[in-house]
Unconditional design. Structure first.
Length: 99
């Protein structure tokens, strides 16, 4: 009976040793791709808002134009930041899948 427990334990360890890395690698790749997609979606939303704020800024004058310009700068910064996060997440997913 003790031999069977030893064989079963060894088989279990071998199973985990071979299967877990084979499952985790695609899961990590998929996770980074999903996160990259979400960040790029946020970048598109911020980009549309930045374009609208730029158009408001170009039509406006005085104090309202200055406020629109500040909002445009914030939206442009958020757009670039989300785009950076999205692209680097996809690049990280590619790096994981190639290793």
């Amino acid at each position: 009976m003790g031999v069977w427990k030893h064989v079963a334990a060894r088989s279990g360890r071998e199973f985990v040793k071979h299967i877990v890395p084979a499952v985790l690698k695609p899961a990590r790749t998929l996770w980074h791709e999903v996160i990259g997609f979400v960040f790029i979606c946020f970048a598109v939303v911020f980009g549309f808002k930045a374009v609208r704020l730029y158009l408001d800024f170009s039509r406006g004058a005085g104090e309202a134009a200055r406020a629109d310009f500040v909002r445009f700068l914030i939206a442009a910064f958020c757009t670039l930041l989300m785009l950076y996060f999205g692209v680097t997440s996809f690049l990280h997913a590619r790096k994981i899948s190639r290793s």
